[in-house]
Design a protein around this ligand. Structure first.
Ligand code: SF4
Ligand code: SF4
Length: 260
């Protein structure tokens, strides 16, 4: 089965988390950012994740720099795997498109920066995690630290996830991420982040003119999204905040007690 081939490649590539789910479960996404908008006839989603090491987020010195480098290396691996999966699925006569990890970006009908397809939602639909109050995918082995890649395909794949973890979601009384966010960008009841508020605080993009971006956004939103993608891709963006990931305790209890 093609799903077994995809799982075999993920194992070969040391990708610890992989899931398949129905594309129809995302038919209620924003107009222009639904599976059928990107691939007419889409049947299935594939989503997979690689964790940034926990130690990286806890480094007392050079943590932000090491996070930046780790994420950029992971994005390359994830995007390359998306393309490899896509090629394999198309060898079977189907169609498939990669859903890349971070960029390029699009803009929705309200002028908000968005991914082409919401990857956090993909993660939830494929069962590899649940959405937390910090708006990120929570996984019981890797907390909020998973970076995601994906594929959309016309192949019907069986709904399945590896490993088959239980995901209870945020503890009822936890607000660590909400209280830690320096700009109040986390909307815990909606499990969302005000993305522009977050980016304004955390993103340093030396190659992007904020004024040019705002002007383009006012008159030509798609050009604004493309401008941001071209100037902020990979190493061109440095983040000075990752508190909502670094401090999230989900799935992390007891790991320091493991046998060496
Ligand atoms: S990265 Fe920082 S600013 Fe952005 S939502 Fe998380 S805690 Fe808030
Ligand atoms: S810090 Fe707490 S409330 Fe926030 S996402 Fe993590 S478990 Fe959920």
């Amino acid at each position: 089965m093609i799903s077994d081939l995809l799982h075999g490649i993920a194992m070969e590539e040391n990708i610890p988390v992989l899931g398949f789910g129905p594309a129809s479960a995302m038919a209620d996404e924003r107009p222009g950012h639904r599976p059928d908008d990107l691939l007419p006839g889409a049947q299935s989603l594939v989503c997979f994740g690689l964790p940034v090491p926990r130690g990286v987020y806890q480094m007392p010195a050079y943590g932000l720099e090491t996070t930046w480098r780790s994420q950029n290396l992971h994005y390359r691996r994830l995007d390359t795997l998306s393309l490899r999966f896509t090629a394999l699925l198309e060898e079977s006569g189907a169609k498939a498109v990669p859903i890349y990890g971070c960029m390029p970006l699009g803009m929705d009908h309200k002028g908000m920066i968005v991914g082409y397809l919401n990857q956090v939602r993909m993660g939830e639909v494929t069962g590899i995690g649940v959405i937390g109050r910090n708006g990120l995918l929570l996984n019981s082995r890797y907390g909020s630290r998973l970076m995601l890649g994906g594929v959309l395909t016309t192949v019907v794949l069986p709904a399945r996830r590896y490993p088959e973890n239980e995901e209870p979601g945020c503890p009822p009384d936890c607000r660590i991420c909400v209280d830690a966010c320096p700009v109040g960008a986390i909307l815990p009841d909606r499990k969302q982040v005000r993305i522009m508020g977050c980016l304004q605080h955390t993103a340093r993009t030396h190659a992007m003119s904020r004024l040019k971006f705002l002007l383009l956004r006012a008159f030509d939103p798609r050009a604004a999204a493309n401008y941001m993608s071209r100037t902020s891709f990979d190493e061109n963006t440095f983040h000075v905040c990752s508190k909502c990931v670094a401090l999230c305790p989900y799935g992390e209890s007891g790991k320091d007690d493991l046998d060496p």
